[in-house]
Design a protein. Sequence first.
Length: 366
Amino acid sequence: MKIIAKREAILSPLQAVIGVVERKQTMPILANVLVAAKGGKLSITATDLEVELVATSEVDVQRGGEITIPGRKLLDICRALPEGTEITLTQEGERMLVRARKSRFTLTTLPAAEFPTVEEINAEQTLQLPQKDFKRLLDKTHFSMAQQDVRYYLNGLLLETSAKMLRAVATDGHRLALCEAELANGGKAGQQVIVPRKGVLELQRILGNEDQLLEVSIGSNHLRVQIGEIRFTSKLIDGRFPEYSRVIPATPPKTIGAVRDDLRQALQRAAILSNEKYRGIRFALKPNALMIQAHNPEQEEAEEEVEVTYDGEELEIGFNVNYLLDALAAVDGADVQVGLTDGNSSCLIRATQDGSARYVVMPMRL
């Protein structure tokens, strides 16, 4: 194998895939990337056995072939070279020679046949939606995923299709985030898949805010997304996601209307003196006023009053302040609505003007 390319033609695909290359590997081959050259194209593949990324670029292929080489070392070499440098990669036996200007590097290789790749995913349906809409789905929900929960199906993001919508749902058992996006083509109603946490975070990293349509292919065991020159494939979590619709209050009888930034800043200030471990704050509601109270084991107290629109009866309820702040950070728009049922039920947070994203936070006993 021998290729000649500008630094950027190697660096760009390498940077796109390097996120899944773990620093500490149980299998040496997983620290490597698969480099394949054929017909004027260079493709670089990285995997951690759960998530696979393939990125391509155009190069001058003098001699085709494929081999695996240490991913992070090649990335560091390319980064350290000046912009616009011409790089030659030549395979010589079990070594890869990297030449650029007056620099010369020799890297170890492992056979391409040993590299684990995902070929066909047998897609049951392929969805189309704008890249920025898919990114928004993940951005608005990812923070509610569980981390290392024994209920393994919560350590990921549910994607659910309907005839015209793609819905993302994440929950850690204490809070829930839901966001919907319209599909450019029709979907198969009722298919649910759970994408693992690592796959979601990697997707967020490579997705942009462009209007271009991307294809999301859903198989029985894999999800595949084609984003321009990058192909993302992830294994799916085998498990049943909870019946999330049961925990979303349909029409809460009590509604608080607030300016998002005012409520968020008041919560941030009150949180300073909340219990560092439990992060509890109390909402005390009366007509058109919300009192936010926090205290800690040192018996320090914080109190904030926020002007709101509320015409219900007086009510007290406790929440984890971090969960409220996460939800408010994700809500679009200047005004928010907080729906309440009583002092022992979850609250529903959403933008006043936009119902595509909804957030549920369970109450806390204080």
